[in-house]
Write a protein that binds this ligand. Structure first.
Ligand code: GRF
Length: 201
């Protein structure tokens, strides 16, 4: 049985596209049931709509707190029978209540080899630090910032004097390969969150 999956975005949604494409394989163990964005004008939403996917723009109401917003988000997901959630450039911090409810079923992708360089502009952080190796990470989401149990990572070696633009684009290509692979393994329960760790079968 395919696992009903939602993707949450805030922007261009290139990782969302790679997940959607992977799910088009009849043997893939997940199907995309919803693409939701906290930004009504996210370019990724237009792309998803053009693909005929169900979309939702869930924007914060004036004065609405984070917990109330996340409760609405949670309801939108549960009402649609969503089982797994992939964050793909979703630029809002989720409340602990939300991450606890979705524990083990909530994934994120981050453009560094966590736990190095969490937070914003991870590619630039790595570039500035002049590391020789960086990469990307898919992890289960907990209430911390990019701190949840790591599912898998891909690494690359920086070229001498490589520009930030080149590094960012090579990292993005790695992300597009890694995220579908991780969703596949989680959906097929080849990797599960057990006692706060990602355990592979
Ligand atoms: C990606 O680099 C992802 O790792 C990070 O945000 C960026 C989103 O890019 N969390 P896109 O919207 O998927 O193109």
């Amino acid at each position: 049985m395919k696992r009903a999956t939602a993707i949450l975005i805030s922007g261009r949604g290139s990782n969302m596209q790679s997940l959607v494409r992977a799910c088009q394989d009849p043997d893939f163990p997940a199907r995309i049931e919803l693409v939701a964005s906290n930004k009504a004008d996210a370019p990724g939403l237009d792309w998803a709509r053009d693909q005929g996917l169900p979309t939702l723009a869930l924007t914060r109401s004036p004065g609405e707190g984070r917990a109330d917003f996340d409760t609405r988000l949670d309801r939108a997901l549960t009402d649609r029978g969503i089982d797994l959630v992939c964050l793909a450039g979703y630029m809002r911090l989720l409340t602990a209540g939300f991450t606890e409810r979705w524990q083990g079923r909530l994934l994120n992708i981050h453009p560094s080899l966590l736990p190095s360089f969490p937070g914003l502009d991870a590619q630039a952080q790595a570039h500035r630090a002049r590391v020789r190796v960086t990469g990307c990470t898919v992890h289960f989401v907990d209430s911390g910032l990019d701190s949840g149990p790591i599912i898998d990572q891909r690494a690359l070696h920086l070229e001498p004097r490589e520009s930030l633009e080149s590094l960012s684009s090579r990292l993005l290509a790695l992300e597009h390969a890694l995220y579908p692979e991780c969703l596949k393994q989680v959906a097929a329960q080849q990797v599960q969150l057990i006692d706060g760790r990602a355990i592979w079968r």
